[in-house]
Design a protein around this ligand. Structure first.
Ligand SMILES: [Zn+2]
Length: 128
């Protein structure tokens, strides 16, 4: 549930904690959660690349609507897709704080790190 744990600049600005409510990524629009994760012109092409990459890796064609981006995928979608969404969202949030643009190679390396941890955990449990 992205909405409850993420503080967008529009909220922080309303509470007087920061001066500008502008998006940290595009610096143009007011940064709401919806803008940051779905509508930002910096984030949109990244999601498109994620979608293409996920399709090439899994053969699953994901339709990224706003509720799926924010809340996660419906139950009939394999959990791995939810993992990709979660990694992508965490990465976008990181980019916001670092004021950098999301890059596919960084996203892919993060996904691979998780995959590697998972397979080494499997190896450990096999050895015991
Ligand atoms: Zn933006």
């Amino acid at each position: 549930m992205v909405h409850r744990i993420i503080f967008s600049n529009s909220k922080l600005c309303k509470w007087g904690l920061i001066e500008s409510d502008k998006c940290d990524l595009c610096k143009e629009e007011v940064e709401t959660v919806r803008h940051l994760f779905c509508e930002c012109k910096v984030v949109k092409p990244f999601w498109e690349n994620v979608r293409t990459w996920v399709n090439s890796q899994t053969g699953i064609n994901i339709v990224m609507n706003i509720s799926e981006m924010l809340l996660g995928t419906p139950q009939e979608i394999p959990p791995v897709i939810d993992l990709f969404y979660t990694v992508a969202k965490m990465y976008i949030y990181n980019c916001k704080f670092n004021k950098t643009q999301p890059q596919m190679k960084v996203f892919i390396s993060r996904v691979m790190n998780i995959k590697n941890v998972h397979s080494s955990e499997e190896q450990c449990s096999r050895q015991t």
